[in-house]
Design a protein around this ligand. Structure first.
Ligand SMILES: CC[C@H](C(=O)O)C(=O)SCCNC(=O)CCNC(=O)[C@H](O)C(C)(C)COP(=O)(O)OP(=O)(O)OC[C@H]1O[C@@H](n2cnc3c(N)ncnc32)[C@H](O)[C@@H]1OP(=O)(O)O
Ligand SMILES: [Co+2]
Length: 139
């Protein structure tokens, strides 16, 4: 069902500080830094050189009360989730529910670049998974 890895997300304390490594040292140019109030985060996508390649998403929690802030406090900076692109998010949601996978969404949520659902790490061998449907490109 998944087509490709869309992004690998890294949780950081401060995006600007993290960019001193990812942009200035590694040479990845971020697209705009954006606030996602519904998720209580700021994020920046870092595309690789090849068009259509998988990206890195830097995530900074914006509220000290959020589950992401608690995760950062407990585990420190590092891997947060992997996002797999799917063709049809409604079908993916139905399939995951019917297979008994612990899905964190009853309906797809609005993600930065499409519609997404999250699968709880307890059902995926310890990794938070995001499944994402991106808008179809006009032919
Ligand atoms: C959508 C916008 C953007 C995009 O790509 O477009 C993003 O990706 S924003 C990303 C931020 N949004 C989310 O992460 C949404 C889904 N996440 C959640 O709902 C929570 O963070 C959740 C449920 C994963 C964890 O919340 P909480 O700690 O309150 O839940 P539980 O008590 O059920 O579970 C705690 C248990 O899970 C471990 N945990 C938490 N986060 C992760 C993680 N990212 N990877 C692996 N494990 C994780 C946590 O350490 C606890 O384990 P324990 O053994 O009990 O210590
Ligand atoms: Co993501």
């Amino acid at each position: 069902m998944p087509r490709r890895i869309d992004h690998v997300a890294i949780i950081v304390r401060n995006i600007e500080q993290a960019l001193t490594f990812y942009r200035d040292t590694l040479g990845l140019q971020p697209r705009a830094i954006q606030d996602v109030p519904s998720e209580q985060v700021r994020i920046a996508f870092l595309p690789p050189g090849d068009p259509g390649g998988s990206e890195i998403e830097l995530i900074e929690p914006t509220s000290p009360d959020s589950s992401l802030a608690r995760f950062l406090e407990k585990r420190g900076e590092g891997m947060h989730h992997i996002c797999l692109e799917v063709e049809d998010i409604d079908a993916a949601l139905q399939e995951m529910q019917s297979q008994g996978v612990p899905v964190l969404d009853r309906e797809p949520r609005t993600a930065a670049e499409g519609r997404a659902i999250f699968l709880h790490p307890k059902g995926t061998h310890g990794v938070l998974l995001e499944l994402l449907e991106k808008p179809h490109e006009p032919a």
